[in-house]
Design a protein around this ligand. Structure first.
Ligand code: ASP
Length: 353
């Protein structure tokens, strides 16, 4: 059996049909995010909910309600959208920010459950927090109980119940709920459907000609996620790793296209990297490699020399105009480079080929 998690871009009026197309009789658990961006400049529902909580601006609530009303109308979802939205509206500012921000996932799950003619399972009842941390054992046993005998369950990701009420994971946390559902259901696969072709050799927004990395290990995925790979929440890795469930990250627009399979098997790529944009216009690139230190040294030496930087002392931090070697781990598995935008492309030129 398969657990499938769909990111916010899939839960939009124009794209929801892809969800139905992907599901097979082997899928029995579906986890959804809040309605995502419908176009590049659009604002995610979760961000709108935050704004609504803070400002109380009813125009913002109307923008949120409009997204869900259109989700239902375009996809002929048999739900009383107005009533469901009015009821959520009445609760939206009744508690704290997290509560308000979780309503996107709650609404998505209610709408998608009706759309798929599936059972809605309320996340409050199956995800438990202890303080700020997930209570793994309690969550898995609640999930097991709630899912018993349910053919197809739809749950909102990202939130659950803490001691003092509803709580959320950090942003992107629906991936974590998906991983937990996969574990509790004994799934043989955890599918994570996004609008990207899995994990790529670089950020396609920064670098042209990127390719999908077909396979990588849980550890590699975790380290890339921590380094800023937005494709999967880092906390989604360890629950499925412990149960030996592989994760497939694929593009819902083209489900048979390139994807990344994450399992115990390390990547065949000698170098894996991820670049995160820092607030001050700099970029931090995490490079994972499985090559002898002498070889990686050569690559970086060449890069630094070509960029006319003095390559002083390997392993030590030094600054130059456009590159700062932040750290280079002596265990030989990871390098962190802070660069400015002008060298990002040439940096990738050395290891994306
Ligand atoms: N909707 C939340 C966010 O935008 C959680 C998620 O999508 O996983 O971060």
């Amino acid at each position: 059996m398969i657990t499938a998690k769909f990111g916010g871009t899939a839960i939009t009026p124009a794209n929801l049909h892809f969800v139905k197309d992907i599901l097979t009789p082997f899928h029995n658990r579906v986890v959804v995010s809040a309605v995502g961006k419908e176009y590049a400049q659009d604002v995610k529902t979760t961000d709108l909910l935050y704004r609504y909580y803070v400002t109380g601006d009813e125009g913002v609530w109307r923008a949120i309600a409009d997204k869900y009303a259109r989700l239902a109308a375009v996809n002929c979802i048999p739900i009383n959208a107005e009533e469901t939205l009015d009821e959520a509206h009445s609760r939206a500012r009744s508690r704290d920010t997290s509560y308000c921000m979780s309503l996107g996932e709650e609404l998505s799950a209610k709408f998608v459950a009706k759309y798929l003619n599936a059972t809605y399972v309320e996340a409050d009842e199956i995800v438990r927090f202890n303080g700020s941390k997930l209570s793994f054992n309690a969550t898995v046993s609640l999930m097991k109980r709630a899912f018993k005998g349910v053919e197809l369950a739809v749950t909102g990701g990202y939130y659950g119940m803490g001691k003092y009420g509803r709580q959320t994971f950090s942003r992107g946390g629906s991936d974590v709920t998906g991983a937990l559902c996969a574990v509790a259901s004994g799934s043989s696969l955890y599918e994570n459907w996004t609008d990207a072709y899995g994990v790529q050799t670089a950020n396609p927004a920064l670098i042209a000609g990127v390719r999908t990395i077909p396979t990588m290990s849980y550890d590699e995925m975790y380290r890339l996620s921590v380094g800023g790979a937005e494709v999967l929440h880092p906390d989604a890795v360890s629950p499925v790793e412990r149960s030996g469930i592989p994760i497939r990250i694929g593009n819902f627009f083209n489900p048979d296209g390139a994807s990344t399979l994450i399992s115990n098997c390390p990547s065949r790529n000698e170098l894996l990297s991820v670049t995160e944009k820092l607030a001050d216009g700099k970029f931090v690139t995490t490079v994972l490699h499985a090559m002898p230190l002498s070889k990686i040294t050569q690559i970086f030496s060449r890069f630094f020399c070509d960029n006319r930087f003095r390559f002083d002392c390997f392993g030590k931090s030094f600054s130059a105009d456009r590159v700062e070697v932040y750290s280079f781990e002596a265990d030989g598995s990871r390098a962190l480079l802070v660069t400015d935008a002008s060298v990002i492309r040439s940096l990738y030129g050395y290891f994306v080929s």
